[in-house]
Design a protein around this ligand. Structure first.
Ligand code: F3S
Length: 767
């Protein structure tokens, strides 16, 4: 039976580093030392043109330097920066976190003790970040040799064993007064080691696949040897010693974090082909076998290797750390509460995959918190940081700093491998001059439109962001009543087209005017105001209405007009329509009512007796109700009242003509003009005495009379027919009747209420 450990092969950090070296094949790259402790991988990279150098002195100008997952000391970054080389920083984020912690300790004046092998690249890099006060210890002898220390922060090389950590920590706690622990063993390593121990206890033979210089592989060998005497460390399948195994043996295979999947697969297949392997029956391992054999069981970031990933770039030692800090959640938890999650955890696996030493981790204050909680927090932080570090995708919105502005482009440092470039036509929806609008140092936001423009730059666009923002903004204006100016482009079926804020806009024919539009082409080229009434989100198109603007304007005018009308003001109007009860008059867009009773002082049977349609009139505003939109107009009110002109028109002694309109016992009323009646007393009709008026006058008779007296205030005119008769007859009659009996004691109703002739107020003679 062959059992392949589930956690075999590249860890997250190693995979990330290898991919960083493999990306952008055309680029000249070097690694400072072997990228990983595996000859096969190093040779494969060399074949792709990735040089491996031992020191920075060997690095040529223009070469990009891939920093290994172990990390480097700040002085290395500094040197590379001075030399002008691009740095592709593939330091494992777990290792970066240790760097951050030791810098904090250094700044706090604490001593840093690293439990790890002096001379190991990871330990050397961490010592570099911790400054001169840091010390690496790995054995009891090392601890005993320590100088007197009162306060120390203790971190671990990520690949040491848990057993080693516990042992050295217990020694340190006896020797140092205050020890703050930062348990930084990578949990991927822990899991790999505990799985190896478990397997070694079961197996008759253990095969450990990995480089002979690989620290984590050597530790796996060490662990397995403790539980299985037949433990063999090989780098390739041809080193397998089949003669040392027997049919029916349980053969366990584990591999170091720097062992490529292909090599593990070769070893596994070789075992199967030689009939030394049997199908897996153990449920837990059976699941593990196939994926591991495919080289995928231990690839938490498999799905993230989509070709869009690029490693973070560091330009100076400070930015090397800052870049990391900026993309991590350093504030999320106290540093001492941190432990390192493994690559499986980064995939979102169950907490079982996130082991820590013991059940608890200590915090800086000495408090303890459940290991699972700390681990979960750690995983969240790590995932968050990772996302920001490695991903750059088309359509992503990123922030950067302008580093160079030319007439045609704006170059932006986006904190990644390559700078971003925004071409002039991608800067804005408007045609803008790059130099007039941007300067080096400006913060800028842009969308990634291409990861490589052919010259290694990331193509960016601000215009797309503006467009998206504009679309959101303009969407909010739909139905809001906000007006836009646009020029009609052309008439199409059912309406016309235009552009508003860069968006294609359709104006339906029914929304072009308040009236029916016969010919849509008459709008072509015209600038009109419109309101947005709808939008097509999918096609980013707008629908607008000019009619709504016209309606709004009309309402506004009406409103202003209504407020301009004041009761008692005189206005001009044109008669629009006649009805039985009056006339409607247009007084400037609004129709007012001229009631029949306000047409004339005298009785009017129908408005047409006084006015005609289309006639212009001067009118008095009698009343305004802007709420109910009603306005009452008066015409007669601007005409003189009938009796007001009587004193000028009628004087005593004048001869007047009139018509008999009513006969009463004491005389007859003579209409001199509409609303103006005079009275001829019975004694003033003839020279001889009359028994009754009808003996001399009939209704409707036209007569001529002399004005005897005028009293306009009382609306009385006294007339005499007799006075115009020949003299002699007159004299005789005068003697007989001097008119003493004339009755002037009749009452006249108020003129405003008068709808009839004065004569109407008296009973007829025969009534
Ligand atoms: Fe990083 Fe752990 Fe691998 S520290 S490089 S993921 S063993």
């Amino acid at each position: 039976m062959v059992i392949l450990a589930k956690n075999a092969g590249f860890c997250f950090g190693v995979r990330r580093a290898v991919e960083a070296a493999q990306n952008n094949p055309g680029e000249r790259k070097v690694t400072l030392g072997p990228l990983i402790h595996n000859r096969h991988v190093v040779e494969s990279l060399a074949a792709r043109g990735v040089r491996c150098v031992k020191s920075v002195d060997e690095i040529m100008p223009g070469e990009a330097v891939v920093i290994r997952s172990h990390g480097e000391a700040p002085k290395v970054y500094e040197t590379l920066y001075k030399k002008g080389n691009t740095v592709i920083d593939a330091t494992c984020p777990f290792v970066k976190r240790i760097h951050k912690r030791v810098i904090e300790a250094k700044n706090n004046g604490q001593r840093v003790i690293i439990i790890g092998e002096a001379g190991h690249p990871e330990v050397d890099a961490t010592l570099g970040w911790a400054g001169g006060a840091a010390i690496a210890v790995y054995t009891e002898k090392d601890v005993n040799s320590l100088p007197e220390i009162n306060d120390a922060v203790v971190v671990a090389q990520t690949t040491i064993t848990e057993e080693k950590w516990r042992h050295i920590v217990s020694l340190l706690e006896q020797k140092i007064e205050k020890v703050t622990l930062f348990m930084s063993i990578c949990s991927a390593t822990q899991k790999r080691q505990s799985e190896a121990a478990l397997l070694a206890k079961k197996a008759d033979t253990m095969i450990i696949v990995g480089g002979r210089e690989s620290s984590n592989t050597l530790k796996l060998v060490e662990i397995c040897k403790k539980h299985c005497k037949n433990t063999y460390h090989i780098e390739y399948k041809n080193e397998l010693l089949l003669e040392k195994m027997s049919f029916g043996d349980i053969i366990g295979i584990v591999a170091g974090a720097s062992t490529p999947d292909t090599i593990i697969r070769e070893v596994f297949d070789f075992m199967i082909d030689n009939d030394k392997a049997l199908p897996i029956t153990d449920a837990g391992q059976a699941d593990a076998q196939q994926p591991a054999a495919d080289g995928k069981a231990d690839s938490p970031d498999e799905n993230e290797s989509d070709g869009d990933e690029i490693a973070v770039i560091a330009k100076t030692p400070e930015t090397a750390l800052n870049d990391y800090e900026n993309v991590n959640t350093a504030d999320a938890a106290p540093p001492d509460s941190q432990s390192i999650s493994d690559e499986a955890a980064s995939e979102g696996d169950s907490p079982d995959n996130s082991e820590t030493i013991g059940d608890e981790v200590k915090t800086a204050d000495g408090d303890e918190q459940p290991a699972e909680t700390a681990e979960a927090t750690e995983q969240d932080e790590f995932l968050e940081g990772l996302e920001k570090v490695v991903r750059l995708k088309k359509g992503q919105i990123i922030k950067g700093t302008v580093v160079l502005v030319t007439d045609e482009d704006v170059c932006v440092n986006i904190g990644y491998k390559s700078d971003g470039v925004i071409h002039k036509n991608e800067l804005s929806l408007n045609d803008i001059n790059p130099k007039e609008n941007f300067s080096a140092g400006d913060e800028i936001e842009a969308e990634v439109i291409n990861l490589n423009d052919g010259e290694g730059n990331v193509l960016l666009s601000r215009k797309r962001i503006e467009k998206k923002q504009n679309w959101i903004k303009i969407q909010e204006k739909v139905g809001s009543g906000e007006q836009y100016k646009c020029t009609v482009k052309k008439a199409v079926k059912g309406g016309v087209t235009a552009r508003i804020e860069g968006y294609s806009t359709f104006i339906p024919a029914s929304h072009l005017s308040l009236k029916y539009v016969e010919d849509l082409k008459e709008f072509e080229g015209k600038e009109i105001d419109v309101m947005l009434i709808d939008s097509d989100k999918r096609q980013e198109r707008l629908v607008a209405s000019h009619k709504n603007v016209l309606l709004k304007e009309k309402k506004q005018k009406e409103k202003e007009l209504w407020h301009s009308f004041k009761k008692g003001e005189v206005i001009n109007g044109v008669v629009k329509r006649l009805t039985d009860f009056g006339a409607f008059v247009d007084i400037g867009g609004i129709d007012g009512l001229l009631h029949i009773s306000d047409l004339a002082w005298n009785r009017v049977n129908h408005p047409s007796d006084v006015v005609t349609e289309g006639q212009e009139l001067e009118l008095l505003i009698l009343n305004v109700d802007s709420e109910k939109k009603k306005i009452a107009l008066g015409y007669k009110q601007l005409l003189p009242k009938p009796w007001s002109t009587v004193p000028e028109k009628y004087k005593a002694g004048d001869t007047v003509k009139g018509k008999v309109v009513r006969i009463v016992p004491f005389g007859a009323f003579i209409q001199l003009e509409p609303m103006i009646d005079g009275l001829v007393h019975i004694s003033q009709i003839t020279k001889h005495r009359l028994e009754k008026v009808e003996d001399a006058l009939r209704l409707g008779d036209d007569i001529e009379a002399k004005v005897l007296e005028v009293n306009a205030d009382k609306r009385k005119i006294s007339l005499s027919i007799r006075a115009l008769l020949p003299e002699e007859e007159h004299k005789t009659e005068v003697k007989e009747d001097s008119g003493k009996n004339e009755d002037f004691n009749y009452e006249i109703p108020p003129i405003q209420e008068t709808k009839v002739s004065l004569a109407d107020f008296f009973p007829k003679k025969d009534e």
